[in-house]
Design a protein around this ligand. Structure first.
Ligand SMILES: Cc1ncc(COP(=O)(O)O)c(C=O)c1O
Length: 363
């Protein structure tokens, strides 16, 4: 049985509706701004339960603008997990701030709170937890840690649309939540797309201008911004996809449970440990094994695609700070493996993959 990692075309559920919508927008020359954007912002803030949403060009811009909106003194320290997509760290650098990498937990890849506590000092002005792979980081505890300290929180939710803690959507705990709708994400556009959410009017007012050359209305520039507008066509696609997104989460989580149940007996594999109060939105299903490369080629020979998110920890990249004593994440990039998971994979495919993994480990 052949199992692709993802098939983006197959993931487009409502093809006819989407293609008709795109046709209509093109015929009416609706390319930038307009109703689709404001509708998307309303729909997405309803979906996550935030007061405001600002549609943006991509998730990296969302992070950059989120940090910019906080007006943090240059050179201040920002703590972020060492296992994340490069954008989280890049946004710190582009804002003239200092990266402090934090270790992660191996049972859910969230930021390690013991290490976080050690790294907070007077220069710390921002913490950026990442809800990696669709697993919530422990925001209630992080908020307790920063209580009474002047430290802001930006949640990177690029991989966690629909993930919740005690039924509250990730991204709504901190000052700002940022999202990506890159085509491979759980809700993906037909190109780059992103957004930020916030309950702060001040942050909203800044972001709405920052994305459009400092202007809210034509020629009403209040500061020097950039162009990070979400395209109308992308917003229209996201509006359609959002309507059925809960089904997507349900299916992904169901497949994750099959993996968890069927791989649990394999002692050589480290698996996610789910927490009762969390709602997951599995974006990747990641396992840890010392025999990662051998397992990967074993599966490849049996036509099962896998990926690695990510093959390096960010402190291993030359241009980022070489943080030592990140014990849990040390060399993690050589041990993690992402198994196929999407709403278009069948249960049979997932059972087949677990069977092959058991065969590899001789179970
Ligand atoms: C954790 C994380 N943060 C930020 C981003 C950046 O999003 P984008 O690719 O839309 O700029 C991504 C996308 O891959 C991501 O996975």
């Amino acid at each position: 049985m052949k199992v692709k990692f993802t098939d983006l075309y197959k993931l487009i559920r409502n093809k006819k509706t989407i293609f008709n919508k795109i046709n209509g927008l093109i015929k009416n020359s609706k390319f930038v701004g307009g109703e689709e954007i404001t509708n998307f912002e309303k729909n997405f803030s309803n979906f996550v339960g935030s007061r405001y949403c600002v549609a943006l060009g991509n998730g990296t811009d969302a992070l950059e603008i989120a940090i910019q909106s906080l007006n943090i003194k240059k050179g201040s320290e920002v703590i972020l997990p060492v296992n994340t997509w490069i954008s989280t760290a890049e946004a710190v650098i582009t804002n003239g701030l200092k990266i402090v990498f934090c270790d992660i937990n191996l049972n859910d890849y969230s930021i390690c709170l013991d290490d976080l506590k050690k790294k907070i000092n007077k220069k710390t002005k921002l913490i950026m937890p990442v809800h990696l792979y669709g697993n919530p980081s422990d925001l209630p505890k992080i908020k307790k840690i920063v209580q009474k300290k002047k430290i802001s929180i930006i949640e990177d939710c690029a991989q966690a649309h629909g993930a919740k803690i005690y039924n509250k959507h990730v991204g709504t705990f901190g000052d700002v939540g940022t999202f990506s709708f890159f085509p491979g994400k759980n809700i993906g556009a037909f190109g780059d797309a992103g957004a930020l959410i916030t309950n702060s009017k001040k942050i909203y007012n800044f972001a709405i201008r920052a994305r459009n050359h400092g202007a809210q209305y034509k020629y009403d520039h209040k500061f020097s911004g950039r162009n990070s507008r979400l395209d109308t066509i992308q917003a229209a696609i996201l509006n359609i996809k959002l309507k059925t997104y809960n089904k997507v989460i349900k299916k992904r989580n169901k497949l994750a449970k099959i993996y968890l149940k069927n791989l649990s007996e394999i002692k050589e594999i480290g698996l996610f440990k789910l927490k009762k109060n969390n709602t997951y939105a599995f974006h990747q299903f990641v396992i840890i094994t010392k025999k990662r490369d051998q397992l990967r080629s074993f599966l490849k020979k049996r036509e099962i695609d896998t990926m690695i998110h990510y093959p390096y920890m960010l402190n291993e990249l030359k241009f980022f700070p070489k943080t030592k004593n990140l014990k849990k994440s040390k060399k993690l990039g050589q041990k993690i493996l992402s198994l196929p998971i999407s709403e278009e994979h069948t249960e049979e495919q997932i059972y087949f993959i677990t069977k092959k993994i058991k065969e590899f480990f001789k179970y």
